[in-house]
Write a protein that binds this ligand. Sequence first.
Ligand code: URA
Length: 204
Amino acid sequence: MDKNFILEELRKKVLEADLPLKEGATNLVFGKGDANAEIMFVGEAAGRNEDLQGIPFVGAAGKNLDKLLKEVGLTLDDIYITNILKYRPPENRNPLPEEIKAHTPWLIEQIKQIKPKVICSLGNYATKFFLSEGNVDLMDAQPGITSVHGKVKFVEINGVKIKLIPLFHPAAIIYKRDLTPLWEKDMEIVKKEVKESLEQKKLF
Ligand code: URA
């Protein structure tokens, strides 16, 4: 069955789920891009624009992400983008552990269906979630994005094996332009890893 169709069915299930933050939010922010993509990006949570439109990365961070992708020769057709949280926290406050615990089983479902070759966690929150292998209480103990960006990490969450490459969050790059060359270099590693995974697959 077509992955985009499966994802749409999953979106309907999330819409019906009783999740923390749902009540105060305008829209569910489920995901965008191509469910057949080899690369999946995972951000933190929707901001105001994303909440209003029900689409991730459409505000300032999203515009910068579009620009960054273009610079490395990619478009939305090459990736699928979602967030750790499926609803916006009020005033963009940091996600609470209970919210992450409640929302991320849906993220894992998205990963199970998409089966990306590489997952790129964008910024600290998403990176720490994956590095803790979904153990939210251990997130604080994980290394920050500055020390792990561009490094290939193998993690497993609920039996789902993931090749993770943490990236700087596109919102952080707006304020720190000197991160741009590092982001581009990290994306070359992402592309190389995807290519290698695809080639390995051909051997069998
Ligand atoms: N920042 C995120 O992490 N996700 C969005 O969807 C928008 C901004």
